[in-house]
Design a protein around this ligand. Structure first.
Ligand code: OAD
Length: 252
C-alpha cells in the first residue's frame, strides 16, 4: 500500500496548476509561533488583542504584543517556504494565498502571492486625509524620541497594514474574493499547509474547490475539512513532508 507521502507525490507530479493556501504553521519552523496549537499565542493571550477595537483602545499593548511575539524581522524562510518557491519556478505552483503577515514566502522567492491578512512590514496613518505610510520598523524607531510613538504627526493612530478582527472594508473587496474563488475552482490541486482553517473568510476558500480535484492538507492539527471527499491529510511537519515529496519528484 502507498504511504500518504507517495500518494501526495503522485498527485503533485500530475498537477501543473497548484494553488497553495498557507497559515501560521508553515512559519513555525522559522521560529514564529502559530495561534491555536498547544504552543500557540492564543494559549496565553486572548485573540481579541488582534481586533480593531482592542487596537484602537489600547495601541500601546497591541504594539508591545506584535513587537514581542510577531518579530518578523528576526526570522528567515525555512525549507517549506523555499520548496514552495521552487515549485513555482518549476511551473507546478501557480499561486500562494497566505494568511501570514510575515513576508516569508516572498523572502523565499515566491512571486505570485496574495497576503490575505496584509503585511506586518508596513503601517499607515488611519487619518483619511493623512494616510502617511511607514515601514513598521520606522514606527518602532520613533520610540526613542516619542512616548506615544504609535501616533502619526497628524495625531491619529498609525496602524500596521494587517487585517484585524472587526476590520471592515479590508484591502480585499468582493471582486478580489470572487476572483480567488474562481482560481481555486480552476486549479488542478489544492495544497493546504499549516492552517487550522478556523478563520473566515479564508477558511471558506477550501469550500470553493472543485471536489473532483484533489486537496492535500499538511497540518499537525485537525481541520473541519479532513474527512471530506478527495482530501488527503498528512499530520506531520510541513518542511519534512515537502522535502520528502520533492525528493520523490526528483527521483521519479
Ligand atoms: P492557527 O494557529 O490557527 O493554525 C496553525 C496550524 O498549523 C495548527 O493546526 C498547527 O497544528 C499547525 N502547525 C503548526 N506548525 C506546523 C508544522 N511545522 N507542520 C505542520 N503543521 C503545523 O493559524 P492560522 O490558521 O494561520 O489572523 O490562523 C489564522 C488566523 O488566525 C491568522 O492569520 C491570524 C489569527 O488570528 C489575524 O491575525 C487576522
Amino acid at each position: 500500500m502507498k504511504t500518504p507521502i507517495e500518494t501526495a507525490t503522485e498527485l503533485i507530479q500530475k498537477a501543473n496548476n497548484i494553488i497553495v493556501l498557507t497559515g501560521a504553521g508553515i512559519s513555525t519552523e522559522s521560529g514564529l509561533s502559530d495561534f491555536r496549537s498547544k504552543s500557540g499565542l492564543y494559549q496565553h493571550t486572548p485573540s481579541e488583542i488582534l481586533s480593531r477595537d482592542f487596537f484602537q483602545k489600547q495601541p500601546e499593548v497591541f504594539y508591545e504584543f506584535i513587537q514581542t511575539y510577531l518579530r518578523i524581522q528576526d526570522v528567515e524562510p525555512n525549507k517549506g517556504h523555499h520548496l514552495i518557491a521552487r515549485w513555482e519556478q518549476n511551473g507546478k505552483v501557480s499561486e500562494v494565498i497566505t494568511q501570514n503577515i510575515d513576508g516569508l514566502h516572498q523572502a523565499a522567492g515566491t512571486k505570485q502571492i496574495i497576503e490575505f491578512h496584509g503585511t506586518l512590514k508596513t503601517a499607515t496613518c488611519m487619518n483619511p486625509s493623512c494616510r502617511q505610510a511607514y515601514q513598521l520598523e520606522q514606527v518602532f524607531e520613533r520610540k526613542e524620541e516619542r512616548p506615544y510613538f504609535w501616533l502619526c504627526d497628524c495625531g491619529e493612530l498609525i496602524k500596521p497594514d494587517v487585517v484585524l478582527f472587526g476590520d471592515v472594508g479590508s484591502h480585499m473587496n468582493h471582486q478580489d474574493i470572487f476572483d480567488i474563488r474562481t482560481r481555486i475552482w480552476d486549479c488542478d490541486l489544492l495544497l493546504v499547509l499549516g492552517t487550522s482553517l478556523e478563520v473566515y473568510p479564508f477558511s471558506d476558500f477550501v469550500r470553493y474547490r472543485n471536489k473532483d480535484v484533489p486537496t492535500i492538507i499538511v497540518n499537525k492539527g485537525r481541520t473541519s475539512f479532513d474527512y471530506e471527499r478527495n482530501v488527503l491529510v498528512i499530520r506531520q511537519s510541513i518542511g519534512d513532508v515537502l522535502e520528502q515529496i520533492d525528493q520523490n519528484l526528483q527521483e521519479s
